[in-house]
Each structure stands twice: as C-alpha cells, then as structure tokens.
Write a protein that binds this ligand. Structure first.
Ligand code: HEM
Length: 406
C-alpha cells in the first residue's frame, strides 16, 4: 500500500489500488506521524464518509480541513467559513448560497457557451495542442473572473497565484514546496504560501476601494450583504478560497474528461448522440474526483470498524475513494456516462460543506464538451497526462491532444 502522507505517491496518478485495498481490508486506516505533522485516520468507504459528513458535531471542520497541523493562531488567521461548523457556518453559507444556486448558474449558460465556443475554436486551429492550457484551464478562469467581478486582465495573474496555493506541494507551481522547504514565514497565509501574501494585498485593495470590482459579482455582493457582510480578514480569506477552489478543480475535471475521451473510444459517440448530456458531467467528475480528500477533527472518541478514533485525532474523508466504492458503483473505474443515479461524493455531498460551485462546475464541463463534440469526429492523446504532485488535488497538468475535425 502506498503511503498517503507522501505526495510522491500521487505523481503517477491516484493510487487507486491502495484505496481499493483500504476499502476492502482496512476501512479505518492509520497513517503515523510524518514530516513533523501528526498522524491521521483515513476513511475510504462510501458509507463511512457519508456517516462522517452527516455528523459535523463529531467530525468538525473547525480545527483545519487539510492534513497539516495548525496552531490555534494559524487557524484563526487563515480560516474561512469552510473551516467552521454549524451554526456559525450556516450563517455565512446563507449569505453566499443564493449567488451560486442552480437557477442563477443556469442564467450563465449562454455566456459560458460563447466563451467555450471561442476556446474550442482556438484550440482546434492547432493540429496538436495541450488540452490543459488550451481548453481545460481557459473556461474556469474566465468564468471565475465573471463570478468574482474582476477584470479579465487580472485573471492570468490570479490563476497563477491560485495554482501556487493549491499546488503548494508541486515544484511546477511554486518554488516554496511545502514539504521541501521551511514555510514558517508563511504560516499565517493561506496554504502557507507566499502567493497568499500577494492575494491578500489584492483583496486589501478591494476592501479599501482602490481596486474596483463589478457590482454584480460575488465580491461586491458579500461586502454589501445586508445583516452579515463579510469584511476585513474574513473577506481576504474568502477571496483566497474562491480563487483557489473556483479554478483548478473545474480545470482538472475538464482535463480528465478530455483524457477519458481518448481512452474510452465510445464516449465521444455517446456524447454526440445527445442522450447523456444530463448525466455525463457528474460521471466525468466522479471519475476525476479532483479534490481527493478533506479533513475533519474528532471532537470525541468514536469507535469505527474496531478502531478507536480519539478526540482531537485528524480524520480524512477520501472522496476519491468513496466515489469508486464498488459496493455503491458498478464498474467504478470506468466512465459510464448514463450512470443514474450517480451518488458520487466528489463535491463533498452529504454534509453542510457540499461544494458551493458544483452547479457552475457541472455546467462548464457540459457546455465545453458540447462545443467540442459538435466539431470533432475523434480525439487522440499524443502524450500521457502528467499529474500534480499532491495528495490533496488530482490534477492533470498537461495532456497533448490531436483532434480529428468533422
Ligand atoms: C469539479 C469542480 C469542483 C470540485 C470537485 C469541488 C469540490 C469541493 C468539495 C469536495 C468541497 C467540500 C469541502 C469540505 O467538505 O470541506 C467543496 C467546497 C467548496 N467549493 Fe468546490 N469544487 C469544485 C468547484 C468549485 C467552484 C467552481 C467553486 C467556486 C466558484 C467552488 C467553491 C467551493 C467553496 C466556496 C466551498 C466551501 C463550501 C462550504 O464550506 O460551505 N468549488 N468543493
């Protein structure tokens, strides 16, 4: 079994065989102390992840949600509403939820389609291209700008910083690789990253009015929200959360869909038949599961499968494993685009923190695939994907594609 604490265990892609073995033999698995951090429990079965999700009183988000240990001071400096429990979490969620609701996102469909059409046209003008750079990265980035209400001119810069936060364990995304160099100087910054300093500065300029944002965007809306505006440090952390969460995960879902189209040759025809547009996005995202896990902390001793999880222990819910649990999903390692129901947990379903951006992500994926499928009759990968060095995010970093045009 691969060591889940080691980011190098993920450089050739997700170690699915290890997760399958854990689901079968050690459903509550202990990884001992490592690299200065305390050990952690891993939940890998669907049912156990759902049970933990439904019980935030026992499995709390309010002491950190990633593997790294944080002092109370670090936690307080960096926390967002994602690192809080109900009822505190519910209050902020109520402010931000309406802006991300399914009907609101549906209103963006034409804009997404216009952007996707241009992106696909540009990519297909090349005989061969990197599907991540030319397609997967572009749409989430442009939509993030529209959602936040920041100018297009800032997006490359913002996304590069977002990549450095999320990819803080990968030397392709940051020179401050968290398990290789001392990051104590950035302990109070999001993801212990120097990119956090720059994003804080950008957010500060929005706060003090020296940087304008679009009134229709979510940033302006939370600053002005009646009865509970988000301000100061909370605003800066909320901004960083959106730049990080609203970008890479959708990119990597699109990239995984492109890779799967090259591997399962029948998928393109299924898309073109028109029969699977309502179900395909969930299935691609189930297989991609770009957010591999989130962490909780036990608030009391709990018995699970003969193990005692002690109060204060870190517990990881491996969504990537739950979404491939063979007791819930037939043929879990293959994409079945008509899978329905599709009860995957790639968005952290089942608990109060279920992804805020899931309707946006699903719509972007569907629309970009519609635009691509309408123009090509085949798609070939001319290089294998390269994967992010991270036990937190499963990211396709590059994937060279050769399309066959209709
Ligand atoms: C395929 C794409 C995406 C995946 C797989 C994904 C995954 C997740 C997961 C697993 C969680 C649960 C976190 C937890 O349990 O602590 C989450 C929460 C969240 N996501 Fe996403 N996400 C995606 C896209 C997005 C987008 C596009 C946005 C914003 C534009 C976004 C914003 C958020 C926020 C703000 C939260 C925190 C919600 C809360 O704590 O109440 N996500 N996401």
């Amino acid at each position: 079994m691969k060591n889940l604490a080691d980011h190098d265990s993920f450089v050739d892609g997700v170690p699915h065989a290890t997760f399958a073995q854990m689901r079968r033999d050690v459903p509550v698995h202990w990884t001992p102390d490592h690299g200065g951090d305390r050990g952690f429990w891993s939940l890998t079965r669907y049912a156990d992840i759902m049970a933990a999700q439904k019980d935030p009183g026992t499995f709390s988000s309010a002491q950190g949600i990633r593997i790294e240990d944080q002092s109370r001071e670090e936690y307080l400096a960096r926390r967002t509403f994602q690192e809080t429990d109900p009822p505190e979490h519910t209050a902020t969620r109520r402010i931000v939820n309406p802006a991300f609701a399914k009907p609101v996102m549906a209103g963006f469909e034409q804009l997404i389609r216009d952007l996707a059409r241009d992106i696909v046209d540009e990519a297909l003008a090349h005989a061969e291209f990197d599907g991540v750079e030319h397609i997967a990265k572009r749409l989430p980035m442009l939509m993030l700008g529209r959602i936040l209400g920041v100018p297009d001119a800032d997006l490359d810069w913002l996304v590069e910083r977002g990549d450095a936060l999320i990819g803080n364990t990968d030397p392709d995304f940051t020179t401050t690789v968290i398990d290789k160099v001392n990051t104590d100087a950035y302990a109070m910054m999001p993801f212990r990253s120097p990119a956090g300093v720059e994003l804080y500065d950008y957010a500060q300029q929005i706060l003090d009015g020296s940087r304008a944002v679009d009134d229709a965007g979510i940033l302006a809306r939370v600053l002005q929200a009646e009865g509970g505006a988000i301000h100061g440090q909370d605003f800066k952390n909320f901004f960083c959360l959106l730049v990080a969460a609203g970008n890479d995960t959708t990119r990597y879902s699109i990239a995984m869909a492109l890779w799967l189209l090259t591997q399962q040759k029948d998928l393109l025809g299924q898309l073109q038949s028109g029969a699977v547009w309502d179900t395909c996005a969930d299935e691609f995202i189930r297989v991609a599961s770009p957010t591999l896990h989130f962490r909780r902390t036990a608030t009391r001793d709990v018995e699970m499968h003969g193990q005692t999880i002690r109060e204060g222990d870190k517990v990881l819910m491996w969504f990537v494993s739950g979404s491939r649990d063979e007791t819930v999903f037939d043929d879990p390692n293959t994409a079945h685009l008509d899978r329905s129901p599709n009860r995957h947990v790639a968005f952290g379903q089942g608990g109060p923190h279920v992804c805020l951006g899931m309707w946006l992500a699903k719509l972007e994926l569907k629309v970009v695939l519609q635009e691509l499928a309408s123009r090509i009759s085949g798609l070939e990968a001319t290089s294998a994907p390269t994967w992010t060095r991270s036990n937190f995010i499963c990211g396709v970093k590059s994937l060279t594609l050769r399309p066959k045009l209709k």
